[in-house]
Write a protein that binds this ligand. Structure first.
Ligand SMILES: *[C@@H]1O[C@H](CO)[C@@H](O)[C@H](O)[C@H]1NC(C)=O
Ligand SMILES: *[C@@H]1O[C@H](CO)[C@@H](O)[C@H](O)[C@H]1NC(C)=O
Ligand SMILES: *[C@@H]1O[C@H](CO)[C@@H](O)[C@H](O)[C@H]1NC(C)=O
Length: 522
């Protein structure tokens, strides 16, 4: 009996040792990291999904289709009431079941706390009807409840008994730090045994990340700045993958300081979108608010700039060129504050091209780059101290155009940076939110884009390409879904083949201790 217990304990100790030996995490280098584990804070739910930690009731697959994740179906009960059926056997990463009560709690709390969870539905009341059904009653009508529930703010979570948040994604948080997050496979997620652990490391900027990639310190470098590519390609060749992203680079106009639509239109006309995409070394210059691989793409305009037409519009608006090449009206100079934030290096590259274009047009441009701390950019937005605001946005995160059009262009949208207030756009956005047929949604979305183009609250610039560096063992990784789906359930790499000595000294030490103990015990 004693011998059996002894052998069993050695065996189980051996198993623990073996699992320590496999602790060779996939190192994912990012320039952004979830700021906390609290999914009700700002864009944290976005980041948690991107990290492979959180999931929603519905999501968008690789081909842009809306598919069930924790839910299986939605059914309309009446105009403002929907029933959602949830998967009966899903579990949180602590093993507790994803009950209808937990789902109702998540949706209610997000809706109460996060403005981004109010855009499509207004106020919501969510109750658990039975074990697998929740009923949603909303203030605003939708005909696409699955698309709404795929919006990034609607992650499903629960508070574990130790006070930590738990989620349902393929990975669970082991250690959460400001500069890195250790993830372990969520053992209650299908296929957990084939996944390795993951170490997400935050890099200050793309150049630091490129250096780490060059030195084989990361398995997935997400994403590399274009000026590092020629050099890296020489060494790593095909292990740099480029892909078109759902993000758009755009520029919002402050419609209060640039009140005359002719000025906004002139600026929009002057910008050469081909020059912008060349400067970005990839991407497609377009005025369409949605990418060309989506059904909502709409653009038959010229991507090249037309400075003559722009000049003419400014003259018409009374801003003539004086002999020193400056635009002035009634002795007042035409000046703009052109603001960009540094978190998307591509925005700064675009900002430079635009500043040159506007200067050539006779406009005095002050270029401002805000700091690393997002609150600085927030301050500029709240103070409205910008004339032009560079912005990167994933415009179809839930596969449907309603969220972006509502949030950025409805008069009461939470990201209405331009302060556009058009009863026509509001009316059509509301029509879109009620429309059911796909063709009708495409048509309405194009009509809304036409109105937006006419009013010029924004100049869409390009749909960019992004570049991801991969280590040899991660070479099969396929980037898709921009940076919203970086770490996914299909992320697994061959263990053992350590990239650049990733196995920590601590893990090596543990292995030696393990081996020694095993020998002694035997
Ligand atoms: C939505 O709920 C909030 C908080 O309960 C409330 O202040 C607001 O008036 C509600 N909005 C509408 C339109 O009912
Ligand atoms: C042109 O306008 C700018 C800005 O108002 C002014 O500083 C400059 O002196 C003007 N030049 C001439 C030649 O009037
Ligand atoms: C939009 O303009 C209308 C009429 O001028 C005004 O009543 C309304 O409050 C404005 N909406 C917003 C959100 O500013």
């Amino acid at each position: 009996m004693f011998a059996l217990v002894h052998i069993l304990s050695i065996l189980s100790f051996g198993l623990v040792c073996a699992s320590q030996g496999n602790d060779d995490p996939v190192v994912v280098g990012l320039t952004f990291l979830a700021e906390s584990t609290d999914p009700s804070e700002g864009s944290t739910p976005w980041a948690l999904t991107s990290h492979g930690i959180a999931e929603k009731l519905f999501t968008v697959d690789k081909n842009g289709n809306i598919v069930g994740q924790l839910a299986t179906s939605v059914a309309k009960v009446s105009d403002f009431v929907w029933d959602v059926t949830i998967q009966p056997d899903s579990k949180f990463s602590d093993g507790t079941p994803v009950s209808s009560e937990a789902v109702a709690f998540s949706l209610m709390e997000q809706n109460n706390k996060n403005p981004s969870a109010q855009s499509s539905l207004g106020n919501m009341t969510v109750v658990a009807l039975d074990d697998t059904t929740v009923r949603i009653e909303s203030e605003r009508q939708t005909h696409m409840m699955d698309a709404v529930l795929a919006e990034w703010a609607f992650v499903i979570y629960s508070k574990a008994s130790d006070g930590n948040f738990v989620f349902t994604g393929p990975f669970a948080i082991a250690v959460f730090e400001a500069e890195q997050i250790h993830l372990v496979p969520n053992e209650y997620y299908l296929g957990a045994t084939v996944r390795s652990s993951v170490l997400i490391k935050k890099f200050e900027d793309g150049h630091d990340l490129a250096t780490a990639f060059k030195d084989d310190k990361v398995d997935i470098a997400f994403q590399l700045p274009i000026d590092t590519l020629p050099d890296l390609r020489k060494e790593k060749g095909a292990r740099i993958k480029s892909f078109e992203v759902g993000y758009h680079y755009m520029m919002f106009y402050n419609m209060e300081t640039l009140e005359d639509v002719r000025i906004r239109k002139a600026i929009d006309l002057a910008i050469d979108r081909n020059t912008v995409s060349q400067a970005l070394a990839g991407g497609k210059g377009t005025r369409s608010l949605f990418p060309d691989n989506s059904p909502f793409f709409s653009d038959d305009s010229e991507a090249g700039g037309d400075p003559d037409a722009a000049s003419k519009l400014l003259e018409e608006a009374g801003w003539a060129l004086n002999t020193s090449g400056k635009r002035a009206k009634d002795g007042k100079e035409l000046t703009v504050q052109l603001v960009a934030y540094p978190h998307r290096p591509g925005l700064l590259i675009s900002q430079k091209v635009i500043a040159e274009t506007l200067t050539a047009l006779g406009i005095s441009v002050t270029t401002i780059v805000t700091g690393q701390d997002w609150s600085e950019t927030e301050q500029v937005i709240n103070d409205r101290s910008f004339d032009l605001l560079m912005w990167a946005q994933h415009t179809l995160p839930a596969g449907d155009p309603l969220w972006f059009l509502t949030t950025f262009f409805r008069s009461d949208g939470s990201n209405n940076h331009a302060h556009i207030n058009s009863t026509t756009i509001d009316l059509y956005v509301d029509m879109l939110s009620r429309s059911e047929g796909h063709d009708e949604r495409v048509m309405l979305s194009q009509t809304i884009q036409d109105f937006i183009l006419e009013a010029v609250p924004v100049s869409n610039l390009v749909t960019p390409f992004w570049h991801v560096g991969l280590s040899e063992r991660a070479a099969d990784y396929e980037p898709w879904g921009s940076d919203y789906y970086v770490i996914r359930s299909d992320l697994s790499v061959a263990p053992g083949e350590v990239s650049g000595g990733q196995r920590s000294a601590a893990a090596q030490g543990l292995l030696i201790i393990c081996a020694t103990f095993m020998v002694v015990m035997l």
